[in-house]
Write a protein that binds this ligand. Structure first.
Ligand code: CA
Length: 504
């Protein structure tokens, strides 16, 4: 069988995407001869498009032609004007609630049960700082805990210093400070920390213990203030002995067979290309639908990347309340960008454009594909914890390194990360599985990317086949049976929690 050269996603589309680099003069079928060379993943005009005419992909208008575009031409990001983003007033909700989600091939996984909330995918001691000033001490202490204590507690996977840039030199009472404070509060209670609270502060910071902990947890068992200790040795001994008490308790935890309803995962993409929306993202969406069908919970995020497809998300919202929260989160972000003097088109990166993504509308349609077809049961503000199960939109920035920590604060036990261009990104607290959109990237980064969805583009595998493969890998990683490459090498990014409030 001749491998196909282009992919057209929707019947209404007047463009297709090149599956590989194509040459000038090549015949791509239907009487279309290429007028120039087309780089892989870039768009080709399937018909003549008049000046001001719509350029349609995914059945959606990506933009309007700046000049007449001839059939067989390459359409790059300079050739189209951005349409207006959809209005947030009177969004139509509940018109696309599907019930025929794919059945999961496995109904259980092996996790660490918690007294409340989702189960853990790892058993870790998490030591959280209230302020960046304590980070240096904590990093050294954690290295010592790893070497001197961890081998004594074989049921504990790791110890992690949860350090972040927040805590002092900030306008702690600013309205938006609620976001970073909520992030730190929820990180302390991450499901992988098994309910063992350990917080290290400096002593004079603005983010005091009472802002991140309930009164009954603020005691010598759980919090430790560096300024209370006389010199280096006393300080280290205090941290190590508190850690030892926590490790003893954590060491009693064991993995047990749990239903999918105890699983909470997050989805994110980064370094996307024009294939992301047809291979990696819909395949992950298929896996996500299986988890939802099995009773589990999946978060998808990245406000600026879905803003232009907000109406498609609204149609899947199960109530007016959920849809209203969606509109309010989007509207908050619109103003946040406006105050910064930019708009949503500040999002696509040079790499996205090189990968064939012309603008934010095209990126949005591909990005939303990761959420599959499941009904949307809840919308969360940044770093909030879910109270519902199912497919949930967790509002976060699209920035990889900020979205990750927001979802971790929401309690994800694992993140699936889709990429077209490639990124070594990872999270220390929750394993990150990399799914790439093209086989060329898997070949190039053979020992960095976990799964390639590239066979969907060439037609060698279906979305259901790759989706099932991803579903099984998610359950294996969540159960501690397999490790994604990011954990094999310890490629872990910093916890850049989202702080939209002023720094003082
Ligand atoms: Ca991202």
């Amino acid at each position: 069988m001749e491998k196909r050269l282009t992919i057209k996603v929707n019947e209404k589309d007047n463009v297709a995407v090149a599956i590989r680099d194509l040459e000038k003069g090549e015949d791509i079928g239907n009487g279309i001869i290429l007028l120039s060379a087309i780089p892989q993943a870039h768009k080709i005009a399937l018909e003549d498009i008049e000046k001001g005419g719509k350029i349609i992909r995914y059945g959606v208008t990506l933009g309007y032609a700046k000049e007449k575009i001839l059939k067989g031409s390459w359409i790059n990001e300079h050739m189209l004007d951005l349409p207006k983003s959809p209005s947030l007033d009177n969004l139509e909700w509940g018109t696309n609630i599907v019930t025929d989600l794919p059945d999961p091939p496995r109904k259980t996984w092996m996790g660490y049960r918690n007294a409340e909330g989702p189960a853990g995918t790892k058993n870790m001691l998490g030591i959280v700082t209230t302020v960046q000033c304590a980070a240096g001490v904590l990093k050294v202490a954690v290295e010592r805990i790893r070497k001197e204590l961890l081998p004594l507690y074989p049921n504990v996977d790791d110890v992690v210093a949860v350090t972040h840039p927040y805590g002092c030199g900030v306008a702690i009472n600013a309205p938006m400070a609620v976001i970073p404070i909520r992030a730190v509060t929820n990180l302390i209670k991450h499901p992988n920390f098994g309910g063992e609270v350990m917080v290290v502060g400096l002593g004079c910071e603005k983010l005091t213990y009472d802002r991140v902990l309930p009164p009954d947890l603020i005691n010598d068992e759980n919090v430790l203030t560096l300024q209370d200790y006389a010199g280096h040795d006393e300080m280290m001994n205090a941290i190590l002995s508190m850690a030892r008490r926590k490790l003893e308790k954590l060491n009693r935890r064991k993995r047990e067979e749990l239903p999918l309803s105890d699983l909470l995962i997050g989805l994110q993409c980064g370094g996307s290309d024009a294939f992301s929306g047809i291979t990696a993202n819909p395949s992950v969406g298929y896996a996500a639908d299986m988890i939802v069908k099995g009773g589990g919970t999946v978060l998808f995020s990245e406000v600026t990347e879905v803003r232009d497809g907000v109406n498609f998300i609204a149609h899947r919202c199960i109530s007016k309340e959920v849809c209203d929260k969606l509109a309010s989160e989007m509207s908050w972000y619109d103003s946040y960008l406006e105050e910064g003097g930019v708009d949503r088109d500040a999002n696509p990166t040079p790499g996205n454009k090189k990968g064939g993504l012309a603008n934010i509308v095209e990126k949005a349609m591909g990005s939303i594909a990761k959420s599959g077809r499941s009904p949307i049961t809840q919308v969360l503000s940044p770093a909030e914890k879910p109270t519902e199960k199912g497919m949930i939109f967790a509002a976060t920035p699209a920035s990889d390194i900020v979205c990750g920590p927001c979802q971790v604060a929401s309690g994800i036990g694992l993140q699936v990360f889709m990429t077209g261009r490639g990124t070594p990104y990872g999270l220390e607290i929750a394993p990150v599985i990399k799914v790439c959109s093209r086989n060329e990237l898997k070949k190039h980064w053979f020992d960095l990317i976990d799964i390639s969805a590239g066979d969907v583009a060439t037609g060698e595998k279906t979305i259901a086949e790759v989706g099932t493969e991803i579903f099984n890998f998610i359950l294996d990683v969540a159960s501690g049976i397999k490790k994604p490459y990011s954990d094999v090498y310890g490629f872990h990014n910093d916890m850049c929690i989202f702080n939209p409030a002023p720094i003082t």
